[in-house]
Design a protein around this ligand. Structure first.
Ligand SMILES: [Zn+2]
Ligand SMILES: [Zn+2]
Ligand SMILES: [Zn+2]
Length: 466
């Protein structure tokens, strides 16, 4: 990065009076250059001394060369062949952080409650203490100390060390984003025994009460179908999210990844710990399986997949464009918008996490959560909304809102809108959410996957119960 070489830009090398302008020297003490706004025809740079002019556009690219010198740096920099771009200071393309996030789940979330091996594994100071004990006597002392700290016996510590030596808890497995999501999904679905409130991952399962709600409803109604369509409802009372900064890019996605320490010598990456709460639900696998196999859905999602592949866009975790993903993603967005209007949450503070089939475990879950950099987390309002009665109201509105958009019929019949035409029936009025909330850049959204379409024979998701 460097200052914009205004003098150089104002004095073009060719054209009328170029000879004269070669004589004009940069002068840091005198404001002799003007940037003139010419309205529709763009902007112009003018030198008041030699009357040289040049056009100045938004996407101006200039030779990096030696013109990049800062006024206060006298040394000549190495000439670089690539072109430099002039950007405004607050332009988002100046610094596009590339991050990677994950939830803290058992065993790491159970430091206090967990088994000896969990607690030992999570404590690097303790492990280091044992490692640094060189003599048998020092080692014995360290083990005794740690055993009393963890309130267990020395043989238990020895066993735990053995497990860690064997590669606990991953045992040589290479964790990818897909596997990470699977483990999170599993952790969300499994009820933990004797959870303490101060653990980093606390859930309460409302699935039983959710299923019981159906008895209070008349047969064949929409709320009844929604209850059958949702297989699990879980309030996440407390969660911890880790966001790792992998580096940043300039000038959008095409740029090369610059490591956080610029030179790439650091062996660690900076990360943030965020605390919060959320609501998680998963969809009925039988219903999904039947719905998914409908050919009209496959056709429409293949269309999406082709467009997506053509853009070269990449997300972390990786996206496999299927009807299931499009359904889950659109549902998540509608739910976030609903939480904004009904529960008063600012949409930008909510985040989505989509669990969609990948690997061995069929997944179809949505986690909507808030996470803030305060160890106390938030006030519990979001987890409160996961109580069956309130959540049913929320989801009913979500399915209602999937049916229409105030820009209909334009929005519903759109062949492709948004960046690279990667959305169909989804626009700012109905399905888009603030940029920080969406993990997938507000693309791959289509309400048609929820509401169906008579013209193309796409079945509505809830029609499986008709
Ligand atoms: Zn001049
Ligand atoms: Zn719309
Ligand atoms: Zn999204």
């Amino acid at each position: 990065m460097a200052d914009v070489p205004w003098h150089f830009l104002a004095h073009p090398k060719e054209g009328k009076g170029a000879q004269n302008q070669q004589q004009c020297r940069a002068d840091w003490n005198d404001p002799y250059l003007r940037l003139i706004d010419k309205g529709a025809s763009g902007r112009q740079l003018r030198c008041e001394r030699c009357k040289a002019t040049s056009d100045f556009g938004d996407n101006l690219q200039i030779r990096y060369g030696k013109t990049r010198q800062q006024p206060w740096i006298r040394d000549e920099a190495e000439a670089i062949d690539s072109l430099a771009m002039v950007l405004e200071i607050n332009d988002a393309r100046v610094h596009a952080p590339q991050t990677c996030n994950a939830l803290v789940i058992p065993p790491e979330s159970r430091i206090r409650k967990g088994s000896v091996v969990d607690r030992l594994y999570s404590s690097s100071p303790k492990l280091k203490k044992i490692e640094q004990a060189k003599t048998p006597l020092a080692r014995k002392g360290a083990l005794n100390l740690i055993a009393s700290e963890l309130r267990c016996s020395v043989p238990q510590i020895e066993d735990a060390l053995n497990e860690i030596g064997k590669g606990y808890p991953l045992y040589g497995e290479n964790i990818t984003q897909g596997i990470l999501l699977e483990s999170e999904y599993q952790a969300l679905c499994d009820a933990l025994p004797d959870v303490a409130d101060d653990e980093d991952f606390v859930t309460s399962h409302h699935t039983q009460d959710w299923k019981a709600l159906i008895r209070t409803l008349p047969d064949g109604t929409k709320p009844g179908k929604i209850i059958k369509a949702v297989s699990q409802l879980i309030a996440v009372n407390r969660l911890k999210e880790i966001v790792v900064l992998k580096g940043f890019k300039r000038l959008g996605q095409e740029g090369t990844l610059v490591p956080p320490d610029i030179v790439g010598e650091s062996t660690w990456l900076p990360a943030l710990e965020l605390y919060g709460e959320g609501v998680f639900f998963s969809l009925n696998e039988d219903l999904l399986g039947r719905w998914e196999s409908h050919p009209a859905l496959g056709e429409r999602s293949n269309d999406f997949r082709r467009r997506f592949a053509a853009t070269g866009l990449r997300f972390d975790p990786e996206v496999i464009v299927t009807p299931r993903f499009l359904l889950l993603h659109t549902l998540a967005h509608l739910l976030i918008r609903q939480l904004e209007t009904e529960a008063g949450y600012p949409a930008a503070s909510l985040k989505e996490r989509i669990y969609c089939t990948a690997g061995k475990l069929p997944m179809s879950g949505i986690l909507v959560y808030v996470a803030v950099p305060d160890v106390v987390g938030s006030l519990g309002g979001l987890a409160e909304l996961a109580t069956p009665e309130r959540f049913l109201l929320l989801l009913s509105s979500v399915f209602d809102h999937a049916e229409w958009c105030s820009l209909d019929p334009v929005c519903s019949e759109h062949g492709g809108q948004g960046p690279s035409l990667l959305n169909r029936a989804a626009c700012h009025v109905c399905a888009l959410i603030p940029e920080p909330s969406c993990a997938y850049g507000n693309v791959l959204l289509d309400r048609t996957f929820i509401k169906g379409d008579v013209a193309t024979g796409m079945p509505a998701f809830l029609s499986g119960f008709d």
